[in-house]
Design a protein around this ligand. Structure first.
Ligand SMILES: Nc1ncnc2c1ncn2[C@@H]1O[C@H](COP(=O)(O)OP(=O)(O)OP(=O)(O)O)[C@@H](O)[C@H]1O
Ligand SMILES: [Mg+2]
Length: 624
């Protein structure tokens, strides 16, 4: 017996199609909002009940729909936005498929009211296609009640009203930012949640994501005949390890940043920890024919004609934006109240002698990790002629290629962008050597300087670690290997996971200067890197293996970077080690050669911080 083939009825077709377009209340909000924006509305009100499950109502003041077009509103593949393939390729409107209303109206209690600018009356259409006169100001109001009331299987999949509401908020955030010139009102369960007036981008971002987001971000800009890039990216100190705010807006359409979030991150190089993620809002304006928006059922993704060029351009623009600003992390000090001083004094006593110095870093600040007490300044009086001093800098030889070295891990086609960025001549990077006057060393750990902005403090270990990091990176690139044969090969017992790492990462170990043979669980170590000979070889290889195991990666490039970090840390001036002024100068010179990389250690922690005159005045209660 054969099966009989039947043509499905229109309503069933729309319900099936709705499976793709309408996933949950937020997808309905998205479609209706995009229609209002396509209608050139300058004012949009969104009313929700119960996370949008019971009601979604969107009211706009856009161009509206003529009465004659009403019969086609709920027809599938009926749109006012395109009429040919050429127009599809060139369209800049959010909608173009002519299927959203057909789908939504098939799975909800639906009503659509509209009055065009010159129309005499407003009209409405319900989900059965009934058209009647109604009252409405110019614009359109679409009301969706009881989403999925007739598709119980889908209704069951809806989450709690709170979760659905949060999904809507997440979605709206992108549109609020992409359309700062549109005023939006959001009401949930009859309470107003947001009301934004038309404003500029920066103000809107501050309202949506908070003032801190804009204060801690820097602008990005690039323009060519085919592409305009604008937006803001977080300063390194405002990058986060979890849940970053990342928004890509392409031709006014908020999209998932996807691969471009890697481009942005790579733009930071080693200014941030590998685990940290930048926060950003990137606005891309591109020719409509260079981007295909028609690849995702809910238009959440796009395909770009020149993706790798765009990737490289974003990376380069972020790099340049970061280079242009001072990356010295400015410390914000809470203004201490008089109470905060008095509360430290013994009960009843408040004479000056018992006042405590306010802590720079709160209670955890520990100026002398080595155990001795009180900050100790080593001033210029300890300056000694070069001949009497032994340099701590060893065989340090700065490389001219630091800028791109930090980004050699890029796996995408970014080389061109990097080369261009390192050739950029108009960078305004303040030279440490010219702008800092050395004051002394604090706790044999921090270097203190006067700068034109106030006090600059450099963490000597973190800063030198960065210098060493690039030094080692560059040495690894050279053909000549700096290795040291062990006089007697060293036999070390190892666990299976450690042996596995030695096998898997052998090319990395060899590149670093190690050589060994493995026999079951025994390793015969015959050669170590020359710059690490001071470390007990067994300890050295075991520590490195531990770092590799902790990193939980088999990617050889990442492992090489971990090894370089390890070697840089071990080879750098220690915290608690005394430094002579000329050594400090030499460190500043090496740091200057690192250009914008000089402000952080290889792990992305700041190595340089500044306390401005302003902050000092606040600290001493000279300024309110
Ligand atoms: N708020 C609105 N203001 C003015 N016209 C609207 C509005 N909402 C819908 N329309 C009209 O209804 C038509 C159908 O809308 P619908 O969302 O179904 O399709 P679309 O926007 O053309 O394409 P897509 O399915 O890709 O969203 C639109 O082309 C537009 O002419
Ligand atoms: Mg639409």
């Amino acid at each position: 017996m054969t099966h009989t083939i039947k043509k499905l009825d229109k309503n069933l077709i729309n319900q099936i199609a709705a499976g793709e377009v309408v996933e949950r209340p937020s997808s309905v909000v998205k479609e209706l909002l995009e229609n209002s924006l396509d209608a050139k509305s300058s004012q949009i009100t969104i009313d929700l009940q119960n996370g949008g499950i019971d009601l979604i109502r969107i009211t706009d003041n856009g161009i509206g729909v003529d009465k004659e077009d009403f019969p086609l509103l709920l027809e599938k593949h009926a749109t006012s936005k395109i009429s040919s393939v050429e127009e599809l390729e060139n369209t800049l409107t959010m909608g173009f498929r002519g299927e959203a209303l057909a789908s939504i109206s098939s799975v909800s209690k639906f009503s659509f009211k509209s009055k065009p600018k010159d129309g005499q009356h407003a009209h409405q259409i319900d989900q059965n296609g009934e058209i009647s006169v109604c009252s409405l100001n110019q614009g359109t109001q679409v009301e969706i009640k009881d989403l999925f009331y007739n598709v119980p299987a889908r209704r069951e999949f809806l989450k709690t009203p709170n979760t659905e509401y949060n999904q809507i908020l997440k979605l709206l955030l992108g549109y609020f930012i992409a359309y700062p010139k549109v005023s939006f009102v959001l009401n949930h369960n009859s309470k107003q949640v947001f009301a934004f007036r038309a404003e500029d981008f920066q103000d809107r971002v501050a309202k949506v994501l908070g003032n801190k987001f804009t204060d801690k971000s820097i602008p990005v800009f690039y323009e060519s005949s085919n592409l305009k890039l604008s937006g803001i990216v977080s300063k390194p100190e405002f990058c986060v390890s979890k849940k970053p705010e990342q928004l890509l807006i392409v031709n006014n359409r908020p999209l998932k940043p996807d691969v471009f979030s890697i481009a942005v991150k790579n733009g930071y190089g080693s200014l941030i920890f590998p685990t940290q993620k930048p926060q950003f809002i990137l606005n891309i304006e591109i020719k409509a024919q260079d981007v295909d928006m028609n690849i995702h059922p809910r238009k959440l993704e796009a395909r770009f004609k020149y993706q790798s060029i765009l990737f490289a351009t974003i990376l380069k623009s972020i790099r340049q934006a970061l280079q242009k600003v001072s990356l010295v992390k400015n410390v914000e000090i809470q203004k201490p109240s008089l109470d905060s001083y008095l509360s430290h004094s013994p009960a009843g006593k408040s004479d000056g002698s018992s006042l405590q110095r306010p802590s720079l870093q709160g209670s955890s600040y520990n100026p002398r990790p080595q155990g001795s007490f009180g900050p100790r300044f080593q001033g210029m009086s300890s300056y000694m002629p070069a001949s009497q001093r032994q340099s701590l800098m060893g065989d340090y030889s700065p490389s001219s290629n630091h800028q791109s070295a930090g980004l050699n891990l890029d796996q995408t086609n970014t080389q061109g962008a990097l080369e261009n960025s390192s050739q950029n001549q108009d960078l305004d990077l303040s030279s440490f050597q010219n702008s800092l006057r050395y004051l002394g060393q604090l706790s044999n750990s921090y270097l203190l300087f006067e700068s034109k902005d106030g006090l600059t403090i450099i963490d000597q270990h973190a800063a030198h670690e960065k210098v060493k990091y690039f030094e080692i990176r560059n040495k690894l690139k050279s053909v000549q290997k700096h290795t040291q044969k062990l006089l007697t090969p060293l036999e070390i017992d190892m666990s299976i996971p450690k042996i596995a790492i030695l096998n898997d990462a052998k090319p990395v170990f060899e590149k670093l200067g190690f050589d060994y043979d493995i026999n079951q669980n025994k390793v015969l170590l015959t050669q170590v890197p020359a710059n690490l000979v001071k470390i007990n070889p067994e300890k050295l290889i075991l520590e490195l293996i531990d770092d590799f195991l902790n990193a939980d990666t088999k990617n050889l490039i990442e492992l090489e970077d971990i090894a370089i970090n390890y070697a840089a840390c071990r080879g750098a001036i220690k915290f608690g080690q005394s430094m002579q002024p000329l050594e400090v100068q030499s460190l500043l010179k090496s740091l200057d050669e690192l250009k914008e990389e000089k402000y952080s250690c290889p792990h992305g922690r700041p190595s340089t911080i500044g306390i401005s005159h302003d902050e000092l005045e606040k600290l001493f209660l000279r300024k309110k």
